[in-house]
Ligand binder design. Structure first.
Ligand code: T5A
Length: 220
């Protein structure tokens, strides 16, 4: 049976390109929610359950020993992302929402549209179908941290000695990813908030906190 896509007001996601500062901003989201007295479940994708974290390892592993000389083809990459997501939604996200918690997730299905859809060139309608059938849930609020591709990559280069398999893609791949995120945000202003992530971390965190407080006034 095809599931309906239901946006949930207590489900908040952070999206953006590499090094946009999502992990850093997530702390500001959590702080804003906890200071209002809510239980917060912080999680990430791909991953978030023991099985989904194993799938994350398959997806991001960059050493040739992971699959010998066998490269992960785009279709496998997409299906593994959704395999991990289905598990994560069923085991962690839905139960937390059902008991009244807020769930804050570092990346979700928008990343599949951006990376596997725009980046790898896979058919968007296939992703839509997987989203309806295997996920059936959308965030109520998505913070898109937007940043020039080179600036983001310079940040992660300074941090990562060994880039993962997806981080090792070329700039044009990440330009398509960024463009897709921006188009999705423009098409759905009720859900997305575009955050200028070029500014210092403290300034970004303060805006993120303000956006979440505003969201709580409306949704809480
Ligand atoms: N993916 C994921 C898909 O392809 N499809 C999908 O469906 C999903 C769910 C995940 C990979 O999987 C892909 C996307 C990714 O390639 P990951 O390691 O979780 O892998 O990768 P990212 O989510 O990109 O995580 P990063 O850590 O690389 O980026 P963040 O979280 O955006 O950045 P953050 O906060 O760790 O910051 C990066 C560095 O910049 C500094 C931080 O201190 C840190 O060193 N920084 C700033 N510096 C200056 N100014 C600021 N404002 C800063 N904010 C942070």
């Amino acid at each position: 049976m095809t599931e309906l896509l239901v946006p949930h007001p207590r489900f908040i996601t952070l999206e953006g390109g590499e090094g946009a500062g999502k992990s850093t901003a997530l702390a500001a989201v959590r702080e804003a929610l906890q200071s209002s007295g809510y239980e917060v479940v912080r999680t990430r994708e791909p991953g978030g359950t023991p099985l989904a974290e194993k799938i994350r390892g398959l997806l991001l592993e960059n050493r040739p020993s992971a699959g010998g000389s066998e490269a992960l083809v785009p279709e496998t990459e997409l299906l593994l992302m959704f395999a991990a997501r289905a598990q994560h939604v069923r085991e962690v996200i839905r139960p937390a929402l059902q008991r009244g918690a807020y769930v804050v997730c570092d990346r979700f299905t928008d990343s599949s549209y951006a990376y596997q859809g725009a980046g790898r060139g896979l058919d968007q309608s296939w992703i839509e179908d997987l989203e309806r059938r295997a996920v059936g849930l959308r965030p109520g609020l998505t913070l898109l941290l937007d940043l020039d591709v080179r600036q983001g990559r310079a940040r992660t280069r300074g941090r990562d000695l060994w880039p993962d398999r997806i981080e090792s893609e070329q700039d044009d791949f990440f330009e398509r990813v960024r463009e897709c995120f921006r188009l999705r945000a423009a098409a759905d202003p009720g859900r997305f908030r575009l955050i200028d992530a070029t500014r210092p971390a403290a300034v970004v965190a303060s805006e993120v906190g303000a956006v979440v407080s505003e969201w709580l006034r409306h949704a809480g």
